[in-house]
Design a binder for this molecule. Structure first.
Ligand code: FAD
Ligand code: MLT
Ligand code: ZN
Length: 493
């Protein structure tokens, strides 16, 4: 990737400025005035080990004021930056692929306040999701987002990517739950829109641009968010099914019979579960093996009421042979164990080497067809096999069925151009034909930005460019949106 030479090069004087500003020794990791240190490595690579960064400087501001001073200095000195939260993103957006300064938010990790009556929580952007959720659990509340990376991702990163996760079907998107945002604009201006109001129709809702904005127009430093009451009763059931038609029937039945207590409906295909089993060697939840599995979670305020509903639902789906087999967790340990067969998929797929990840919105009836078509395409050219000669280990589908969000993943022994050529733009063309989205929840990042035209019209892309230009006239924050106008139909190879 070509570096834009309008950006300045880091000097020892720049490093001295940041060290003086941030004071604490651990707040600056410096590979400029001293030899590159191993300490920079975790900030220079992503969770998938797919993207490699080249930063020589990581700064960790401890307050909004420090973020503002850092950005103002970078702006005045034409230094490019990339905001980084927990670095768990899956599209390469948090990686300093050129030599940007990493602005890491981990020192901004205070919970600013929580109102138990309204459920309004105000946090620093660098708070880790799991820590916040534990804080809320002690107060009988829940964060309205949950995902497999909860142990490392930051609330700021979640908001910047508009993460969807496992319970969106129940609690809705962050666009609805986030009440306010405090952010620093590229020139250092602090935008204090940390409202706690549920309703506020006084002009444009500018904070929405930062939700899912992937750090392209500013750095989020604080978030206020509405958190629901934690349910007293939680149940998890895991089913094996014979076809994708049956999965759709089960989803319809769950919506109509479990209705308001349904909190997750997740899909896993047989091959994804085979690969999890191959890596973990854990005992499978069901005796037999099936082409499809789904995990259904309910949460409600009255355990008896929930059990009654669930029993009727189980009777229906078993009696009508919609599901072939199923198991209902009997305690918290079993709940966690069943969830691990779903949440553990991303990590297990990485076991062999590289994974090509596609995070797609597809109309439900055709959701799984893409997995079949992709598998057929790679099989027909002999790329899939059990030995080293074949780069592809497996083509799997899983995801948030309740949100029509499929994760198509191709697990490989190594990142391989031949495989990539067969997948792209094939997958994006397939999606565009069905008016789907090439990124349902992970964002564009570096991985998808050149393909945005498959999901957005020229007019929408132009409007996005105008917003980027307005907030960041010289592209000093992540230059992610720079390429939005790329002619997406052009051959990449
Ligand atoms: P990072 O990876 O550090 O950054 C992500 C992007 O946000 C980058 O562009 C970065 O520049 C920007 N950014 C980070 N912090 C800020 C900030 N304070 N201000 C402005 N910009 C910022 N995603 C889902 O939507 N649903 C899932 O179910 C899901 N499950 C996952 C499971 C696993 C195992 C993993 C590894 C990832 C998963 N993800 C999922 C991906 C998801 O995007 C991230 O986990 C999470 O939202 C990113 O948070 P982060 O703090 O790690 O951000
Ligand atoms: C998930 O739902 O598990 C995440 O979005 C991560 C992934 O797509 O692998
Ligand atoms: Zn997901």
């Amino acid at each position: 990737i070509k570096r834009d030479n309008k950006f300045g090069k880091l000097s020892k004087a720049h490093v001295k400025f940041f060290k003086d500003l941030l004071g604490a020794q651990s707040a600056v990791i410096d590979g400029v005035s001293q030899d590159a240190t191993d300490d920079l490595e975790p900030f220079n690579s992503d969770w998938m080990r797919k993207y490699k960064g080249h930063t020589k400087l990581v700064v960790k501001p401890g307050s909004t004021d420090e973020v503002s001073k850092v950005l103002k200095y970078c702006n005045n000195n034409m230094l490019a930056v990339v905001p980084q939260g927990g670095n768990s993103g899956l599209v390469g957006g948090s990686v300093p692929v050129y030599d940007e300064i990493v602005i890491n938010m981990s020192r901004m990790n205070s919970i600013r306040g929580f109102d138990e009556v309204s459920g309004t929580l105000v946090v620093d952007a660098g708070c880790i999701l799991e820590i916040v959720d534990h804080f809320l659990a002690e107060r009988n509340h829940i964060f309205p987002l949950d995902l497999g990376a909860k142990g490392s991702c930051h609330i700021g990163g979640n908001v910047a990517t508009n993460a969807g996760g496992l319970r969106l079907l129940r609690y809705g998107s962050l666009h609805g739950n986030v009440l306010g945002i405090e952010a620093v604009l590229p020139d250092g201006t602090v935008m204090d829109d940390l409202s706690k109001l549920r309703k506020n129709n006084t002009g444009y809702d500018i904070k929405q641009l930062f939700i899912g904005g992937e750090g392209t127009i500013g750095i989020i430093t604080g978030v206020s968010i509405l958190c629901p009451q934690r349910s007293k009763a939680a149940n998890v059931a895991f089913f094996g099914l014979e076809s994708f038609d049956k999965v759709q029937e089960a989803f319809r039945a769950a919506k109509s019979q479990l209705s308001e207590i349904l909190s997750a409906f997740e899909l896993m295909d047989g091959q994804s579960q085979d690969l999890v089993h191959a890596v973990t060697a854990k005992k499978r939840p069901l005796e037999g093996q099936y082409p499809f599995y789904c995990l259904i979670e309910t949460s409600g305020s009255n355990p008896d009421h929930d059990s009654e509903k669930l029993e009727k639902f189980l009777e229906h789906v078993m009696g009508e042979e919609i599901v072939s087999d199923g198991v209902l967790a009997q305690d918290e340990t079993q709940i966690q164990s069943l969830w691990s067969w779903r949440e553990g998929i991303p990590e297990c797929l990485g076991h062999w080497g590289g994974v090509y990840k596609y995070d797609l919105s597809i109309p439900l009836p055709e959701l799984y067809k893409l997995v079949e078509d992709t598998r057929e395409r790679l099989t027909s050219v002999g790329l899939i096999g059990d030995d080293e000669k074949h780069p592809v280990v497996g083509v799997v589908g899983y995801g948030h069925m309740g949100d029509s969000n499929l994760h198509l993943n191709v697990a490989t022994r190594r990142f391989d151009t031949e495989v990539e050529k067969k997948l792209e733009p094939f997958v994006y063309e397939w999606i565009a034909k069905r008016n789907g989205s090439i990124s349902a929840e992970h964002g564009l990042g570096l991985a998808k930005k050149a393909f945005v035209g498959y999901s957005r019209s020229e007019t929408m892309i132009r409007l996005m460019k105008q917003i980027k230009d307005l907030y960041d006239p010289v592209s000093r924050i992540t230059p992610l949106l720079d390429c939005l106008m790329t002619n997406y139909t052009a051959e990449r190879y």
